[in-house]
Design a binder for this molecule. Sequence first.
Ligand code: SF4
Length: 320
Amino acid sequence: MEIVFGPVPSRRLGLSLGIDLVPLKTCSLDCIYCELGRTAAPVADRAEYIPWQKIAAEIRSCFRPQDGTSPPQPDFITLSGSGEPTLNLALPRVVAELKTLSPAPLALLTNGTLFGDPEVRSEVTDIDVILPSLDTVSEDIFRALNRPAPGLTAAGLVRGLVELRREFNGEIWLEILFCHGLNDHPAEIERLAAACREIRPDRIQLNTVVRPGTLSSARPVSFGFLETIRPTFGKHAEIIVSFASASTDTTPIEKRLETILATLKRRPCTATDLEKALGLKPAETIKMLDLLREKGEIESRTHEGREYFTVPEGKGESAT
Ligand code: SF4
């Protein structure tokens, strides 16, 4: 499957089945901490970046399997993407279809930049939990940290989230990611807290950079810092960063892709084999395998019901 991935354990959503609504890397932002790499050209224009027919075929075959297996029963079905999922014009049809295919609640992981558009807000009303991001309310920091597509502003992002809260009856869990030296100074924290009081999310989730992003200047703040500022955001604020899982791996994504390729040159592996052998997170493994497959660096085949990944012949030397 190219569009459906998982279910994978998610810190915020339990067992989450992901639906990728845009190809790598289609996004309205180019955040310096993004783990998916650079956005070559941030876009704010919506289109069927993955056609509805293709998404429909895959989600139907996932939830109505023809091979006698049971459909997945995740804690959440999560609309995400290798970029910004609300950019896909097929969003309302995907939401309606998933609601008929599965009783699992729907979550939307989004950077929130398109909620200024009433059309986009009307398309998400049946979603159960929306998890938008808001890292700054200052235009200069927005340009330095989130590097938006032309025409997008921090003020527009906040206005869109305020409107979303007015119209949307489900839960909003707002994530704020702090980068050392960019959005962690006292005045910005006060401004963010004021924006949160306007937006009134059900939860405010404080996070920081845990893995190398696009730029090395994306540096984390400490857990102690997050604990100190948490009360500023009120009783609905919580710290969601997992330093424990991040502390051991500061390897850039290119290096991790190389390690996966080197392992697969030696022997075919399942995603689980790679997670165990290389100490990777499940969601991260799936993303990196997707990326390598998209680039034609690896291929997969099924053996006794398990999907094995290999490096095609002629793509590098075989290992001894
Ligand atoms: S919004 Fe998300 S996908 Fe887009 S650049 Fe930022 S972190 Fe990456």
